[in-house]
Design a protein around this ligand. Structure first.
Ligand code: SAM
Length: 215
């Protein structure tokens, strides 16, 4: 997700280090101290403008959430959502970093669940390694999740979904739940992402899976 250039975004982010954590490598192994509790930690890689992660954090106050996004111009919208809430969203933090660096920010087992929503599909075969469900990323997530940790993934992109089913199965993970049309029978707990709303309004089916690492 690219947004138009927002020269003010970096300043707003810098002004709120309590929400967009500027030194996540220094919090590695200490996220419970950052949140001030021992609740489970769920993270989203590729948060975009943050509708999902802010919605999840409001829906589940007893779970801590971290949204991870590459671009200032995008994550700043998630920050604005937090700032617009009276009292903020105490169980949510944001990181403006590359998800490739997850191991620099989290200890093994420190993250209880990882969400991927509408990840960039990288349709060309020569770009397969960039897909966030490529084997190298699955290995990276495994390094921060506990044994038996889970990935929950949604996309509108059939090619990426098919690729991900294969990649996840070949990695030896257990597919626990697969939907080829999430909105045909939308669970009441589903929080729509920005992309999910856009594509489902066009009538496209939304694919979803839950996968678990081996115990
Ligand atoms: N999850 C949002 C949604 O469903 O509306 C945004 C989807 S958008 C297609 C993918 C987002 O992932 C973009 O904002 C992009 O900048 C971000 N992204 C892609 N690769 C990333 C990475 N390695 N680390 C962090 N963010 C990444």
């Amino acid at each position: 997700m690219r947004s138009r250039y927002k020269p003010w975004a970096a300043d707003l982010i810098d002004a709120h280090p309590e929400i967009v954590i500027p030194d996540p490598e220094n919090q590695k192994g200490k996220w419970h101290e950052v949140f001030g509790n021992v609740n489970p930690l769920h993270i989203e890689a590729g948060t975009g403008k943050g509708r999902f992660i802010t919605g999840m954090a409001k829906q589940n106050p007893d779970i801590n959430y971290i949204g991870i996004e590459l671009f200032d111009s995008v994550i700043v919208t998630a920050l604005e959502t937090v700032l617009a809430e009276e009292g903020g969203i105490p169980n949510l933090r944001l990181l403006r970093v590359n998800a490739k660096e997850l191991q620099s920010f989290f200890e093994k087992g420190e993250v209880d669940r990882l969400y991927l929503n509408f990840s960039d599909p990288w349709p060309k075969t020569r770009h397969a390694k960039r897909r966030l469900t490529h084997e190298t990323f699955l290995k990276l997530y495994e390094a921060v999740l506990p044994e038996g940790g889970e990935i929950h993934f949604k996309t509108d992109n059939r090619g990426l979904f098919e690729y991900s089913l294969t990649s996840i199965s070949e990695y030896g993970m257990l597919l626990k739940d697969v939907s080829l049309d999430l909105h045909a029978n939308e669970p009441e707990w589903n929080i729509m992402t920005e992309y999910e709303e856009k594509f489902s309004k066009k009538g496209q089916p939304i694919y979803r899976l839950e996968a678990q690492y081996q115990t």
